[in-house]
Design a protein around this ligand. Structure first.
Ligand code: SF4
Length: 465
């Protein structure tokens, strides 16, 4: 069951923050190293970990060398990310020998898996603290216990997940701010570990989100990224919807852009597309992961839509938001996929004409249904299919950005240019990178940029009044 952490409990955690801050005020200021592995949701959790540590008196360093506390905020999506965490943990053994008072903590999705915590318990005795995604807000208490008792602790409460409001945040950027709107996922796509490690879908109250966005805007944010594993199903259990949330945020005063991730085609309704079309602050970039063009494979993936449903969504987007940019994710070589299935994916890609694609060769995740399915196609064969897909998309995407040449867009100046550092950079409302000449004092402001030239991954433009 989903639990919103009570105000009393949050006040208790603030009390522990004060106690740790008091301990820390006695010596030279302590230093923390927080390393986040993984997705945007993890980055957002990392900002909370740093927010709590900052309030407890910690400064930050980019390396674990000499740090008083090291926290690895981990990801479970890919096995190689897990291997990297174990590699980094192994490397800390020597540092801990040099500095036995150092506290080493591991949190995030990876430790929600039993075989992982078992491995940490047995093979990494120098790890002091392991805490799950449901206990992030309890870091002050867990840290206080570490500092006062020095006992190894594994704290991974059972349950479908919690929502903790009021955790301090130390944002990576003042200009571009991530705001989680929901946690967890109910979809159980057969290749994905997320529902097992992040629990069931639970949405934050609309008013809590809107006030966080208002605060961020008045602190200087110009891009708000609304985060969730499946933002399109936001608010179902609260009697609201993602459309309603977008309308509320769009109505906040000031010039800023609203982006969101991740989307699931099954919940991308016509109402949502109408809302986006009407809300001028919402990005014109639709990233709709299709994963496969074969109905048979989509069924095995448990995606709960077919290729015709997908075409229906795309056609409606093109009708309502004609200048939209469309991108997608595709998995090549899902267990049981045949070349005929793969050709269906190619034909979907030809029909939709995505601006760009994120393509992956299937890799099994322990604990998912897909990992148990027979997978007879060789890695070589999958590699061939993968290259064929890249070729097809390369041809389609080659001149996709030419359509922007000659047009003028409102662009947020984000920083130094990506094609040349003497230029400034930003993104069009379609999320396409554009570099242009201008003074650095414009960073953080919106300007009108006329597009003069297109490469296949970026645009060059000129500021006009
Ligand atoms: S929608 Fe599917 S792929 Fe996305 S997080 Fe949920 S289960 Fe994973």
């Amino acid at each position: 069951m989903t639990t919103k952490i009570s105000q009393e409990e949050m006040a208790q955690q603030r009390g522990f923050m004060e106690k740790v801050a008091e301990i820390n005020s006695k010596g030279s200021p302590p230093v923390a190293h927080v390393h986040t592995f993984g997705c945007q949701q993890n980055v957002s959790d990392g900002e909370k970990i740093k927010g709590m540590l900052a309030q407890m008196g910690y400064g930050f360093s980019d390396t674990p060398d000499g740090a008083d506390i090291v926290i690895f905020n981990t990801c479970a999506v890919r096995e190689n990310a897990e291997d990297r965490v174990f590699g980094n943990l192994g490397a800390l053994k020597h540092e801990k020998r040099r500095n036995p008072d150092m506290i080493i903590g591991v949190c995030g999705c990876m430790v929600q898996q039993e075989h992982i915590t078992r491995k940490i318990k047995q093979s990494f005795p120098h790890v002091d603290l392991v805490f799950g995604t449901n206990s992030l807000h309890m870091l002050p208490q867990l840290l206080y216990e570490q500092l006062t008792e020095r006992k190894r602790k594994f704290f991974i409460p059972e349950g479908d997940g919690v929502i903790a409001e009021g955790v301090p945040v130390r944002r990576e950027s003042r200009l571009k701010v991530s705001v989680p709107i929901m946690y967890g996922c109910n979809n159980f796509c057969s290749y994905c570990i997320v529902p097992y490690v992040r629990g069931r879908e639970r949405s934050r109250e609309l008013l809590d989100i809107v006030s966080e966005v208002k605060r961020a805007i008045s602190d200087g944010a110009r891009e708000i990224l609304l985060l969730g594993q499946n933002v399109n199903s936001y608010g179902k259990e609260l009697g609201t919807s993602f459309s309603e949330l977008l309308r509320e945020i769009n109505a906040i005063d000031g010039e800023f852009r609203i982006c969101y991730m991740s989307s699931h085609p099954k919940d991308f309704t016509r109402e949502l597309i109408d809302t986006i079309a009407e809300c001028e602050k919402v990005t014109r970039h639709f990233h709709l992961p299709v994963q496969s063009g074969s109905d048979r494979i989509l069924k095995l993936m448990n995606r709960r839509y077919g290729r015709e449903d997908y075409f229906g969504i795309i056609d409606y987007i093109r009708e309502k938001v004609p200048d939209a940019a469309l991108t997608s994710d595709i998995i090549v070589g899902f267990p049981g996929e045949t070349y005929e299935d793969f050709c269906e994916t190619l034909s979907l890609v030809e029909r939709v004409k995505f601006d760009s694609l994120y393509t992956f060769i299937y890799s099994p995740r322990k604990g998912t249904k897909a990992a148990e399915m027979p997978d007879p196609v060789s890695a070589d064969e999958k590699g061939k299919w993968f290259r064929e897909l890249l070729e097809v998309q390369g041809r389609i995407g080659e001149n996709a950005y030419n359509r922007y040449v000659g047009r003028t867009f409102r662009v947020l100046c984000e920083g130094d240019g990506r094609t040349q550092s003497s230029l400034l950079t930003g993104k069009t409302p379609q999320d396409v990178i554009v570099d242009f000449e201008g003074d650095r004092s414009l960073i953080g402001q919106f300007v009108n940029v006329k597009i003069e030239k297109a490469f296949n991954w970026a645009l060059i433009g000129k500021i006009i009044n």
